[in-house]
Design a protein around this ligand. Structure first.
Ligand SMILES: CSC[C@H]1O[C@H](OP(=O)(O)O)[C@H](O)[C@@H]1O
Length: 366
């Protein structure tokens, strides 16, 4: 997507120099900075510290991390060490495990000297596939926005609420929840996005607002607790969020606070859709609440906040009293019953085992 008018993806790599470059998302929205990932340890740090984040991008960054590990040492032991190191970075997004399993399946049977080349090619293919998946989600989600637009008075905007950042910054390009938004903008539809700030890391305020602004998409940042109020006052036509792990029955694990938005949407009869590319679907589990590991991140992300100082640099300030503890679960689970539908790369489907089995018969049996 565009940054200051120039086309970017969130990650790009050059096999000849074995270089992997990413946008440092911890510096956005105030500073646009690139970092080079030179080895698997650096890939792990980038994921753990959320320099790169977002389920799809986490998986693809890990895939390149495995490739870099194979360049350093293509042995079986190092393959296992690299996968273990990367798996330990963040537990919730299933894309990480999906990417590591895919790399391991491809590389384990190969002669070690061939592993780096194959790994790099596989990671690059995953990145290309991600772009195609997200673009397809954009096309399918566009239909939902068009349906709503047709019912609105001429010139009135379709008001969409999104939570956290499931934008192009969370993927390689397009985003998942934002892909239909960008497609609607391209189609000339009148749209406006309410952007949940998404405490504590403020992915919405810092990342979604930034990327929508770069594309000239009208948007308004709101505090997380305002969404229900806006729905009660018919200010929201549609909610679209991302997913870190959707189960075979349609339960959706996403950024903390998503469940509360789904409750408010259900109570106010607002359509609540989840943009769910298949690498973010865990077809091996059925009960999201019982089976999905929820990452608990550092208390400091709650007790402190980052912002731009008068000196033009990023500063961290304390929000809560010394001595007050903080609890920081990073995700929650929205039961399928609260999900209007899943926007997948194969179409918009119900959040149910039957619909997932029909859309992905090679992955699941009804
Ligand atoms: C396109 S999925 C993005 C998904 O990942 C985010 O989590 P995090 O920023 O902690 O990686 C959030 O849950 C988004 O919905």
């Amino acid at each position: 997507m565009r940054v200051d008018g120039k086309a970017f993806t969130t990650i790009w790599a050059d096999k000849a120099t074995a270089s992997v470059t990413v946008i440092d998302q911890t510096r956005l929205p105030h500073h646009f900075e690139l970092i080079s990932i030179a080895d698997v340890e650096a890939a792990g740090r980038a994921i753990k510290t959320m320099q790169v984040r977002g389920a799809p991008l986490i998986g693809i960054t890990a895939a390149y991390g495995v490739a870099l590990a194979m360049r350093a040492d293509p042995s079986d032991d190092n393959l296992e060490r690299a996968c273990g190191l990367l798996k330990a970075t963040r537990p919730t997004a299933v894309n990480l495990q999906w990417a590591l399993d895919s790399m391991r399946r491809r590389l384990a049977p190969m002669p070690p000297p061939e592993r780096f080349d194959a790994a790099f090619n596989q990671a690059a293919q995953m990145a290309r596939d991600d772009i195609a998946l997200c673009e397809a989600i954009g096309r399918h989600g566009l239909g939902l926005i068009k349906e709503i637009a047709a019912r609105k008075p001429r010139g009135a905007s379709v008001n969409i609420l999104t939570h956290c950042n499931a934008g192009w910054l969370a993927t390689v390009d397009w985003g998942t929840a934002t892909a239909p938004i960008y497609k609607a903008q391209e189609a000339g539809l009148e749209i406006h996005v309410f952007v949940d700030e998404t405490r504590p890391r403020n992915q919405g305020a810092a990342l979604t607002a930034w990327e929508l602004g770069q594309h000239g998409v009208p948007h308004t940042v709101i505090v997380d607790n305002a969404g229900g109020h806006l729905m009660q006052h018919c200010e929201i036509d549609l909610v679209i969020v991302g997913t870190d792990r959707t189960t075979a029955t349609g339960d959706v694990c996403n950024k903390i606070g998503t469940y509360l938005k789904a409750l408010a949407a259900s109570d106010n009869h607002v359509p609540f859709y989840v943009a769910a590319p298949s690498p973010s679907i865990d077809f091996s589990i059925s009960d999201g609440l019982a089976e999905i590991p929820i990452e608990i991140r550092a208390q400091e992300e709650v007790s402190h906040i980052l912002g731009l100082g008068a000196d033009g640099d990023i500063h961290k300030v304390r929000l809560i009293p010394q001595g007050s503890g903080a609890l920081n679960p990073a995700f929650d689970v929205t039961p399928a019953r609260l999900v209007t539908g899943l926007i997948t790369e194969r179409g918009v489907i119900a959040a149910s085992r039957e619909a997932l089995a029909k859309a992905f018969p090679e992955r699941i049996r009804a």
